[in-house]
Design a protein around this ligand. Structure first.
Ligand code: DMJ
Length: 610
């Protein structure tokens, strides 16, 4: 190093003063280091320590760090980085957030970010998204987003994803914000089922897009919910349809993503549905004006009655509304429905389809596992499963109903096909609706919790019914199933009436394939699912979306010009799950509502203790 000579100072004198200064500086810096180090040994309460050492440096990483923007950002990341792999389980763990994390150091970055967006301001009285995530047995999207190892299955799964993208893109292009796409005329449909609410296809698609990893599309959908979903409508809505599609869709979007917007929207909507229960019995009426809260029964329903499948298909969503709001009113409302049903006499143990919300009596004795009755039975077993198998009342009602169904409705055709007939005051109508085909899956998922001597029998019954529904597809020219098929007039599993021949992209048969695949891993269910994909592609895919068809028995198809929102929510989701590994939305943690929106098993059973 070369020192420039200072004026009036000799070289040797300058060297001496420099070395003294150097020694002094060395001593000073040692002193500062010592003092700073000593701060670490002071108690946290000392102000000096808080000034010099910020709190984040002294704490372990816990749920609650990060920012809302982080959480949003992560939704834009490429799919592979998004979902936790190997998140460990801690079912039953309801301790504090910090404790949960200490027990589960492998908790993912994703879970931390989600907790941040959702849990700000959470108290023990409010729902904690982090705690909910900690209670799941498995990561919702599996180790690898459910990607199957077998390349052929993976290819099929990719095909289903492409169908979803195609259906969505066309909806977005021609019908954005409307309820459904009219794919032939390329415009939107609003209809009158949702009381002026819009965007049914968007709400119904949120979870499907998310599990398929269509994140750009999911983000568009979320943005629409944030900015354009207007719940202040003033029209006549079907309580049932709004509940299964809007409430169900928003709930599962929230549970899957932790995005606050879904939670606040669903709680706002839930409140608007409550006036429908203001009847002498508490059995809700079918139609409600979302603005005024006035409610009434469907004009076509027998003598002002309410419909079993409608008031019996609220339980799963309403229990979750209580979970998220910590307001017991929702659970009280649906528990009261149970109470009324348990009190009245049931003909042969069966539940007729029409009930008076005024007197609490059956209005006529028509019993069906298809339309008007279907999802009531589905919600009994699913309520039991969703309660972590603690809702014994639901269990008793379900197996009781199933016994009555077996004794009175289940039939075997001369050709050996098992089917569910309909019952009209003791007289059987040998017809099975497409809607009733969900029952293969339902009986399947309930098999394991039946009486030990009945378990195999239930699984066999589930397989037989699914087989019959598959037959209804194979017996048509298009390989798609009719709206209803019969077992009289010489035919078996075929529609004999002209107005039963249509197919409107319904999911029920594919839904049963999915459940039966998960329960048995019999490859035939995947093959049957693939047959349905090919048929959908050949007959329902049009230039701008998917459309229902008017007659499944003719190859010169006529399109009904409607892409139903349940096609995106259910049909394509069940197909995608059918070709995925079982760890995508594992059945130990999730139940699907009747519109295929996954809802988590509730670990805190307080709701059921009402
Ligand atoms: C869906 O909206 C639901 O599955 C409902 O329970 C019955 N019908 C349609 C699909 O077919």
């Amino acid at each position: 190093m070369v020192f420039r000579k200072l004026p009036g100072v000799s070289a040797s004198g300058m060297g001496l003063r420099l070395s003294q200064k150097f020694m002094f500086l060395l001593f000073l810096s040692g002193l500062v280091t010592l003092c700073f180090g000593a701060l670490f040994f002071l108690p946290d309460s000392v102000r000096l320590k808080r000034i010099f050492l910020s709190k984040t440096e002294t704490q372990p990483v816990t749920v609650g760090s990060g920012s809302e923007n982080d959480a949003r950002e992560h939704l834009k990341k490429p799919r592979d980085q998004e979902h936790p792999r190997g998140m460990t389980s801690a079912k039953g763990e309801t301790s504090t957030k910090l404790k949960t994390l200490t027990r589960k150091p492998s908790v993912s970055h994703e879970a931390t970010e989600e907790a941040t967006a959702s849990d700000r301001g959470a108290t023990s009285d409010t729902f904690s998204y982090a705690k909910f995530k900690g209670c799941l047995l498995k990561p919702p999207l599996g180790r690898d987003n459910g990607k199957p190892s077998d390349p052929r299955t993976d290819e099929r799964r990719e095909k289903v994803k492409e169908m979803m993208k195609f259906a969505w893109d066309n909806y977005k292009r021609y019908a954005w914000g409307k309820n459904e796409l009219r794919p032939v005329t390329r415009n939107g449909h609003i209809g009158n089922m949702f009381g002026g609410l819009r965007g049914a296809s968007i709400i119904d698609s949120l979870d499907t897009l998310y599990i398929m990893g269509l994140m750009e599309e999911y983000n568009d959908a979320k943005e629409w919910v944030q900015n354009s979903l207007d719940l202040n409508s003033n029209g006549e809505a079907s309580l049932f349809e709004v509940n299964i599609r809007y409430v169900g869709g928003l709930l599962s979007a929230y549970y899957l993503t932790g995005e606050e917007v879904f939670k606040s929207k669903v709680l706002e909507l839930g409140e608007k549905l409550l006036p429908a229960f203001n009847t002498p019995t508490g059995i809700p009426r079918g139609v409600i004006n979302l603005g005024s809260g006035t409610s009434w029964s469907w004009g076509w329903a027998s003598a002002g009655s309410s419909i079993l499948a409608e008031f019996g298909t609220l339980h799963l969503e309403f229990v979750h509304l209580t979970e998220l709001s910590r307001n017991s009113i929702y659970t009280e409302k649906v528990m009261n429905i149970r109470k009324v049903l348990n009190k009245i006499e049931k003909p042969h143990g069966l539940y007729p389809n029409f009930l008076s919300p005024v007197s609490g009596n059956w209005v006529q004795h028509h019993v069906s596992i298809g339309g008007l009755g279907d999802s009531f039975y589905e919600y009994l077993i699913k309520s039991y499963l969703m309660s972590d198998k603690t809702d014994d009342d639901a269990k008793k009602m379900y197996y009781g109903a199933l016994e009555a169904i077996e004794a009175n409705l289940v039939q075997k055709s001369p050709g050996g096909l098992t089917y569910m007939a309909e019952w009209r005051g003791g007289i059987l109508d040998h017809k099975m609706g497409h809607l009733a085909c969900f029952s293969g899956g339902m009986i399947g998922i309930g098999a394991d919790d039946g009486a030990p001597e009945k378990r195999q029998h239930y699984l066999d019954l589930a397989a037989e019914i699914t087989h019959t529904c598959h037959e209804s597809y194979t017996r048509s020219a298009t390989k798609l199933g009719p709206e209803a098929f019969r077992f009289d007039g010489g035919g078996e599993a075929t529609a004999t009436r002209l107005n039963d021949r249509y197919y409107i992209l319904r999911p029920e048969v594919i839904e049963s394939y999915m459940y039966m695949w998960r329960l048995t891993h019999d490859p035939k269910y995947r093959e049957w699912g693939w047959e349905a994909v090919e048929a959908l592609e050949q007959h329902c895919r049009v230039e701008s979306g998917f459309s229902g068809i008017r007659d499944v028995y003719t190859m010169t198809v006529s399109h009904d010009n409607m892409q139903q929102s349940f096609f995106l929510s259910e049909t394509l989701k069940y197909l995608y799950l059918l070709f995925s590994d079982d760890d995508l939305l594992p059945l130990e943690d999730w139940v699907f509502n009747t519109e295929a929106h996954p809802l988590p098993v509730v670990q805190n059973h307080s709701s059921f203790a009402l």
